[in-house]
Design a binder for this molecule. Structure first.
Ligand SMILES: Nc1ncnc2c1ncn2[C@@H]1O[C@H](COP(=O)(O)OP(=O)(O)O)[C@@H](O)[C@H]1O
Ligand SMILES: Cc1ncsc1CCOP(=O)(O)O
Ligand SMILES: [Mg+2]
Length: 265
C-alpha cells in the first residue's frame, strides 16, 4: 500500500492536473501554494459566469464552504452540477458543518449533487450525518473515532468516500477503513490544514479514479509532510513555510519510513 501511495505522489508531479477550487478567503493562498508544491495546478474561480466552463476543463474540483454567502453558494451548486454531469470528481469540505443552520442547509443541497469524497473534521462529519448544530466555529470538538458511525452513514447515503481528519485520520468507503497516525499537534494552530487536506484530495482524484486511494494518498502526504515540517519549526509561523518546502522536496524514503498506516477490511 505505501508503495502505491508513493507512486501516486510521483504521478501528481508528472501529470500536474488542473484543480478547480471554490474555497474560502482564509485559505486560498495556503491551499494554492500547497497544491503547487505537491505538483498540481490550482485555479481559484467562483464567478457564476465562468465556473461551469472552468469546472469542465479541470481534472477535479474542490468545493469548500468556509466563507460562504448567497452568491458563492450559487457558484458552488452550478459547479457541482457540471462536475456531476461531466463525471469530474469533486471533493466537499464541509467547513463549519453544524455551526449554523445556514451551513447545514447549503451542505444538504451540495450533498445531493454526489461528491466523490467528503473530508471534514470529526464535528463536521457528525453534523453532516445528524444535521445537529453543535460545532464550535470550524474547529472540531470531537475525536475522529467518535465520527466513524456518522461517516459510515454518509458512505451509505451518498456512495462516496468519507475522511474524518484529526490527530488520527480515518478514511472509510463501503468496504475498507484506513487509519493514519501522522501529522503534528502544531497543525491545529495553523489555519487551513483541513482545507489543504481537501485540496490535496482533489488533486489526487485528478490522477486516479480510485477516490478511496486518492484520499488516502492525500492524507498520508499531508500527515507525513506535517510531521517532518514540525520537526524543523519553532512555531505555527515557520511551520507553514516548512510544510510547503517538505511537500515540494519529500523523498520516497522520508515518506515510506514515516508513514503510520493501518488497514481494516
Ligand atoms: N492533534 C493533531 N495531531 C496530529 N496531526 C493533526 C492534529 N490535528 C490536526 N492534524 C493534522 O491536520 C490535518 C487536518 O486538520 P483537521 O484539524 O483535522 O482539519 P480542520 O482544519 O478542517 O479542522 C489532519 O489530517 C492531520 O494531518
Ligand atoms: C477560520 C476559517 N473561517 C472560515 S473558513 C476558515 C478556515 C478553516 O480552515 P480549516 O478548516 O482547514 O482549519
Ligand atoms: Mg476544516
Amino acid at each position: 500500500m505505501k508503495e502505491q501511495l508513493w507512486k501516486n505522489i510521483l504521478l501528481l508531479k508528472e501529470k500536474s492536473p488542473l484543480i478547480h477550487n471554490i474555497t474560502n478567503y482564509v485559505v486560498m493562498n495556503n491551499t494554492a501554494n500547497a497544491l503547487l508544491a505537491s505538483g498540481a495546478s490550482p485555479v481559484m474561480a467562483h464567478a457564476q459566469a465562468e465556473v461551469e466552463n472552468m469546472c469542465s476543463i479541470a481534472q477535479a474540483v474542490v468545493i469548500n464552504i468556509g466563507t460562504l454567502d448567497e452568491y458563492w453558494v450559487e457558484s458552488m451548486l452550478k459547479t457541482a452540477r457540471v462536475a456531476q454531469q461531466n463525471k469530474i470528481p469533486w471533493v466537499l469540505d464541509p467547513v463549519g458543518a453544524g455551526a449554523t443552520t445556514y451551513r447545514n442547509k447549503v451542505l444538504s443541497e451540495l450533498l445531493a449533487l454526489s461528491p466523490q469524497v467528503i473530508r471534514g473534521n470529526a464535528s463536521e462529519i457528525i453534523a453532516l450525518a445528524t444535521q445537529n448544530t453543535s460545532t464550535k466555529g470550524v474547529d472540531s470538538t470531537a475525536e475522529s473515532n467518535q465520527a466513524i458511525a456518522a461517516a459510515k452513514q454518509l458512505v451509505k447515503m451518498y456512495a462516496c468516500t468519507v475522511c474524518i481528519s484529526g490527530a488520527t485520520d480515518i478514511i472509510i468507503n463501503e468496504s475498507t477503513q484506513i487509519q493514519l497516525d501522522n501529522g503534528d499537534p502544531i497543525m491545529e494552530k495553523v489555519t487551513g490544514m483541513g482545507c489543504t487536506a481537501s485540496a490535496l484530495t482533489a488533486a489526487f482524484c485528478g490522477i486516479t479514479s480510485n477516490y478511496f486511494i486518492a484520499t488516502t494518498t492525500a492524507m498520508a502526504l499531508l500527515g507525513v509532510a506535517g510531521s517532518l515540517a514540525a520537526k524543523k519549526s519553532q512555531g505555527p509561523g515557520s511551520f507553514q513555510v516548512h510544510l510547503l518546502d517538505v511537500l515540494y522536496t519529500i523523498t520516497e524514503k522520508e515518506f515510506i519510513n514515516n508513514l503510520q498506516l493501518t488497514t481494516y477490511e
